[in-house]
Design a protein around this ligand. Structure first.
Ligand code: FAD
Length: 382
């Protein structure tokens, strides 16, 4: 057992830290207020090799692991969750191509993502199908050599800015098992019949794009099937067993960023003639926050390690995602508390962190879904 990051991993983390400090600090608040993301930032991140580092070198990536991907995202989220989210979600779903895509699909879709020249997303959630993904009803039917898609999806990351989207579709409505009814298709967003409506006014992560999307007789060639027809649900679960490991790093990064801000504040703000940091209650709060972050970080790195070993452990990955989300929500709450009324004002960064945190207990599997996965595996058969 070795808890040390390698020299290369420490270098990657440092580079990500410097990039985020240099590029995010000055624009983060404005991007949140205006709900925009500068395309130039994506290009810079691509040039410096921060995008999709887990993608094989043959397809433009760095051929590194999920741990390295998580280290980068942790540092990005530590400086600004909204910009960190967008720089993660531009390759969100690329794992599906790596795991199940054809050679042609990998060569076509992956390299532009790593260069920051293309944006993707993964559309699963529907108005009537949230946690229960197997009830998704966006229908794709074969029509000659094509698929014809009709339906809608909600709250999709990059829905109105993506160049292509993976779409979780109902393709086998007659199948007796509800887990054998779906397939994953890749849809280029310039196809006729595709439409997207950007969601404005999200609680947090406003620099990142989220949209509701619509398919009206969208026609795509049969080659756009990713993986096996009717196996989409299982492919999706295998994706989640990987992606949740690095989504946990979002929570670790956000919590660490909130702690950084709190430390800065209590070391400068004085009340009753002394620094707030000198009160024992403050020291206890800081101690608890730091300890919980370290717990979540250790679990997150271990979750990524299981993925990088080629043996993703769904229980550990779900534990990491749940623990990191909870830690982020609790730590940011205390961090804002330590700011007093100033923390409630949007000229203080902690306000933005506070609004961003809650989503970590909702997307990529709600905290209840994570606990269902953990509970079932801990209990086993009975
Ligand atoms: C900012 C943001 C970005 C997103 N990006 C994407 C994206 O890129 N792609 C995408 O497909 N989706 C995306 N989503 C959607 C997200 O994945 C869903 O919101 C999430 O899966 C929960 O689904 P729901 O909102 O329909 O809630 P529901 O499933 O309706 O859940 C409501 C509540 O009921 C609980 N619940 C549900 N079922 C059970 C059960 N069996 N037992 C106990 N409790 C239960 C839930 O835990 C939750 O507390 C995004 C959402 C947000 C907010």
């Amino acid at each position: 057992m070795d808890f040390e990051l390698s020299r290369e991993q420490r270098d990657i983390r440092k580079a990500a830290q410097e990039f985020a400090e240099g590029e995010f600090r000055d624009i983060a608040r404005e991007c949140d207020l205006e709900e925009t993301f500068p395309r130039s930032l994506l290009e810079k991140a691509g040039e410096l090799g921060f995008l999709g580092v887990f993608i094989d070198e043959a397809y433009g990536g760095a051929g590194l692991g999920f741990l390295e991907h998580a280290l980068i995202l942790e540092e990005f989220w530590r400086v600004d969750p909204g910009l960190g989210q967008e720089l993660c979600s531009v390759t969100f779903g690329a794992e599906e191509f790596l795991l199940f895509g054809t050679e042609e699909q990998k060569r076509k879709y992956l390299p532009p993502l790593t260069r920051g020249e293309a944006i993707m997303g993964f559309s699963i959630t529907e108005p009537e199908a949230g946690s229960d993904t197997s009830s998704a009803s966006t229908l794709a039917v074969r029509d000659g050599d094509d698929w014809l898609i009709n339906g809608s999806k909600v709250m999709i990351g990059n829905g109105s800015v993506a160049d292509f989207l993976l779409v979780f579709c109902l393709t086998e409505p007659e199948a007796t098992s509800r887990h054998k009814r779906h397939s994953i298709l890749v849809v280029e967003t310039d196809r006729e019949g595709f439409d997207a409506d950007k969601i404005e006014g999200k609680m947090g992560l406003r620099a990142s794009n989220t949209a509701n999307i619509f398919f009206s007789n969208v026609r795509i060639p049969k080659e756009n099937l990713v993986g096996t027809r009717g196996e989409g649900f299982y492919q999706l679960m295998q994706f989640f067993d990987r992606s949740r490991a690095y989504v946990a790093a979002h929570g670790v990064g956000l919590a660490q960023g909130a702690l950084d801000l709190a430390i800065q504040h209590v070391k400068t703000r004085e009340q009753f003639g002394q620094k707030i940091a000198s009160f024992q209650v403050t020291q206890f709060k800081i101690a608890e926050m730091a300890t919980h972050i370290e717990l979540a970080r250790t679990l997150t790195y271990r979750a990524c390690w299981t993925v990088d070993q080629g043996k993703p452990d769904p229980k550990v990955v779900a534990m990491a995602k749940w623990a990191a989300g909870r830690t982020a929500v609790e730590v940011v709450d205390e961090a804002l508390q330590l700011h007093g009324g100033y923390g409630y004002m949007n000229d203080h960064d902690i306000e933005r962190f506070y609004r961003a945190a809650k989503v970590l207990e909702i997307y990529e599997g709600t905290k209840e879904v994570e606990k269902m996965i953990i509970g079932r595996r801990v209990l086993g058969r009975f």
